[in-house]
Design a protein. Structure first.
Length: 381
């Protein structure tokens, strides 16, 4: 079986040696101008526009690039709430469990065994050890917020204005399928949020009863199928057993289909598992996941923060965090310019120096840096 999977992955990889060519875009050679004295006639376009005005015009019209964080993270968070059941299934009760800012705090759904890997509930802790328990899922957010304010008083208005549900008792109770979250991250790359949701719906429908029809005998759409029938995200072994070209019919590109198969192989072989993601140090998790084709550092950082609910994750490469930090320290981000073709609101070295003070709760600090521009930063002093 393993040899057939490897052969299929190898054949798929060799099938495309370069990205599909993109049709060239027609670029106007110049503006049309009306001839003097002849308002109803237009001369032929100028063969070539002067280079200097053209460069000025591009620089003037160039917009600040948007961070992909809100859409990509929203997709990861959304997919985690259904986890193998109807979308309208009630959320699990908030069980108070042991918590650790340096470990995974989310209950993880094992993709192959369907078991839940989670920190021990407080009720299961030995009475003799209970007095030594200080941090639980019910007070983790409170402790983290207190630490942020202690480090920098300017955090208080942000914390008072925005409640971070992700690390609350309710947020930490949501069961997470790590395979589903990582597949969703791959699907969302370089497409809009709406397109990613559609592709994921079709992908899940491939592994459920896709032959169900409506009352009129017509096949249901993937969206109708997901909304009207019990479903769950496929296991890694199910993905590996699906023909490559069938996976592509969900709307996946050649590369994304290869990435998802490679990720499924890691989980099926046991190289990646819910236990490893729950217990391993963050650096090991980062190393293991960035070794998977299709998962870059930013994707893994977002997964560790928003899916695993690890409290000490910080992304130096996120433009939204960078911009928020610049505003947080009092800089007018509207006046900052692009340098060398790459937007920089703050150097990574400076971001690291500032964020280091907020250990071991940098995930929460990062979340509040995204909220800075939603708050009147003039009040932070």
């Amino acid at each position: 079986m393993a040899s057939r999977r490897s052969a299929r992955l190898s054949a798929a990889s060799e099938a495309v040696k370069a990205p599909e060519p993109v049709p060239p875009t027609k670029v106007p050679t110049g503006r049309k101008r009306k001839a003097a004295g002849s308002p109803d006639t237009e001369p032929a376009p100028t063969p070539e526009a002067p280079s200097t005005p053209q460069r000025r015009r591009i620089r003037k019209d160039k917009a600040v690039p948007a961070t992909p964080t809100p859409e990509a993270v929203g997709l990861i968070s959304e997919t985690l709430q259904i986890n193998g059941a109807l979308p309208h299934k009630p959320k699990p009760p908030a069980v108070n469990r042991l918590a650790d800012p340096n470990r995974t705090n989310a209950p993880l759904f094992s993709p192959e065994t369907s078991r839940i890997v989670a920190p021990k509930p407080i009720d299961a802790v030995s009475p003799s050890k209970l007095p030594r328990v200080k941090t639980t899922t019910s007070n983790l957010l409170q402790e983290a917020c207190a630490h942020l304010i202690k480090v920098d008083k300017r955090m208080k208005p942000l914390i008072d204005t925005h409640h971070c549900r992700i690390f609350s008792l309710e947020g930490l109770a949501e069961e997470v399928d790590p395979f589903e979250a990582l597949v969703s991250s791959i699907i969302s790359q370089q497409v809009s949020g709406a397109a990613a949701k559609t592709i994921k719906a079709r992908f899940v429908a491939l592994f459920n009863d896709a032959t169900i029809t409506t009352a009129n005998g017509d096949p249901q759409s993937s969206d109708e199928l997901l909304n009207n029938t019990p479903h769950r995200f496929p296991s890694p072994s199910q993905v590996l057993s699906m023909p490559f070209e069938t996976l592509r019919t969900a709307g996946l590109s050649q590369r994304k289909a290869e990435y998802i198969l490679g990720l499924a192989e890691k989980f099926a072989s046991g190289e990646l598992s819910a236990h490893l993601l729950a217990d391993a140090p963050y650096e090991e998790v980062l190393e293991k996941l960035t070794a998977v084709r299709g998962l870059g550092r930013w994707s893994v950082e977002m997964f560790a923060c928003f899916a695993l609910k690890r409290m000490d994750v910080f992304s130096l490469g996120d433009l939204g965090v960078q911009r928020g930090m610049a505003a947080f320290v009092g800089r007018d981000v509207a006046k900052l310019k692009s340098k060398g073709g790459k937007w920089k609101y703050m150097s990574e070295k400076e971001m690291e120096e500032i964020s280091e003070r907020f250990r071991p709760y940098r995930s929460l600090f990062m979340w509040y840096m995204w909220r800075v521009e939603e708050t009147d930063v003039s009040t932070l002093e």
